[in-house]
Design a protein around this ligand. Structure first.
Ligand code: GDP
Ligand code: IMO
Ligand code: MG
Length: 426
């Protein structure tokens, strides 16, 4: 994706999350100078496998495993400082040195314990199936202009005054929501006291850092979290996360202008998964779903929940190409389909007897659509050692060609296993 004309590339999930963004960011970070996470928070779980070691990153960019990469948590992220430092310490324990190359935007909003209580209390009223990480309430506070930012935490006096007011407000809300839980001001003050010391040296104007890197001819990779169908504007609202997961969010969440972005890589699984509630038109049932789940290891990297599984939905990916402006696709987990005799692909929908080739805005309509399937022959061979397209069985290549035609964007990468080296560059 990087070349002389492309120095700022965004990696986004083009389905419902967990497409393998972490793996692709790790692969591409080899060529990048700066890697920026631009939205979401500890709801994300990005898995990177290097040799026989597995790393699950939630808030730290997946570029961190490359010693030369500068990693940035952008202003669009909602930062949970407690779990952020736990993640950092775990990486340190695994021998990953981040000293001097990890920065956090001082404009990023902070997830506090009361946000998590509110997230859990809200779930009792509206079952979205959130990760319970306080994401929605933190973004609500940001938009409501009552958020607490990293810059605020760095100033002890300001933080104390803000917290007294915010905790009282959160407790009133918890009561309104019928929750017996209450946030403790002491716990918040202690947390801030303990973590602001560690936060201060990492906090900076990261938008300026990224801007300067681009101006100096450096390569910048932007790492999205979640997927297009979880975008608060373009996803299956209200069954979405609370941020703009699509590529437009990258400029805002990293603090640069949209004209800096040269390419957008959409990561898609060779099939479809979703965690949490909401429509999933090509969801498989019974044994087929369990087989996909077992073969793909489809259990949430953050919550451990079993992922709902189904066939590739070309309508969703076509839509994702449109709302993200995708310039390329990375198809992951092709190897998971190795043993299937036949592979259905959802090519469009039928809605009340009419053909429908786009994702309807109304979630109730999307619940009602019936996918139109085309069945492609399987290849019945392992693809895990393929490193060039030519190494793949002809049926696997035909499968990829069909996905590319239906999606309307060129396939640039094919992933055939969890490990860093199990990748085909097209
Ligand atoms: P992300 O949230 O988009 O980064 O994706 P996750 O890490 O949550 O989920 C993707 C899972 O699939 C992880 O366990 C990866 O190790 C794994 N994975 C990624 N690419 C491949 C692949 O090509 N084949 C197989 N079998 N697993 C893969
Ligand atoms: P990565 O980055 C898959 C889903 C939750 C829920 C909805 C709202 O690993 O792809 P939230 O906690 O964000 O308010 O939950 O979004 N969700 C994800 N699903 N992958 C993720 O992240 C997700 N992050 C949130 O399951 O349905
Ligand atoms: Mg994930």
């Amino acid at each position: 994706m990087f070349d002389r004309k492309h120095s700022c590339v965004v990696v986004v999930g083009a389905q419902w999350g967990d497409e393998g963004k972490g793996k692709l960011v790790d692969v591409l970070a080899e060529q990048a100078d700066v890697v920026v996470r631009y939205q979401g928070g500890a709801n994300a779980g990005h898995t990177v496998v290097v040799g026989d070691r597995q790393f699950v990153l939630h808030q730290i960019p997946s570029g961190i495993l490359h010693a030369g990469a500068i990693c940035v948590v952008g202003n669009g992220v909602v930062l949970d400082p407690e779990t952020f430092f736990a993640e950092l310490d775990e990486l340190g324990g695994q021998g990953i040195d981040v000293a001097g190359r990890l920065f956090i935007s001082d404009r990023a909003h902070v997830v506090l314990p009361y946000h998590k209580l509110l997230d859990q209390a809200s779930e009792k009223h509206q079952q979205i199936g959130t990760t319970g990480r306080g994401i929605g309430p933190t973004y609500e506070d940001k938009i409501g202009r009552r958020g607490v930012r990293v810059a605020d935490l760095c100033r002890a006096e300001t933080a104390r005054a803000m917290l007294a007011e915010r905790v009282e407000r959160a407790n009133a809300l918890l009561q309104l929501l019928g929750s017996a839980q209450r946030a403790s001001l002491e716990e918040h003050l202690e947390l801030v006291e303990r973590l602001s010391v560690r936060l201060r040296p990492l906090a900076t104007d990261t938008g300026r850092l990224v801007f300067r890197a681009l101006r100096d001819g450096r390569r910048v990779l932007m790492e999205g979290a979640q997927g297009a169908l979880l975008d608060v504007d373009h996803g299956t609202y209200p069954f979405v996360t609370s941020s703009n997961t699509t590529a437009g969010g990258a400029a805002i969440g990293a603090g640069i202008g949209p004209t800096e972005i040269d390419g957008v890589l959409g990561v898609v699984k060779a099939y479809t998964t979703r965690v949490g509630n909401g429509p999933l038109p090509t969801e498989a049932k019974g044994e087929v779903e369990s087989r996909l789940r077992d073969l793909g290891g489809e259990f949430g990297a953050t919550t451990g929940r079993p992922r709902r599984c189904g066939w590739f939905d070309a309508t969703v990916v076509r839509y994702s190409v449109r709302v993200n402006g995708l310039t390329g696709l990375a198809v992951t987990k092709l190897d998971v389909l190795d043993s299937f005799d036949e592979i259905p692909v959802g090519v469009s929908y039928r809605l009340d007897g009419e053909e429908c080739d786009d994702v309807p805005s109304d979630v109730e309509l999307l619940e009602r659509v019936e996918p139109v399937y085309e069945t492609l022959p399987g290849w019945g061979k392992s693809t895990t050692s393929a490193r060039r397209l030519a190494d793949l069985p002809p049926q696997a290549r035909a499968y990829l060609d069909r996905l590319q035609d239906l999606a309307g964007a060129p396939i640039r990468y094919v992933s055939v296993g969890t490990r860093r080296d199990q990748i085909i560059e097209v």
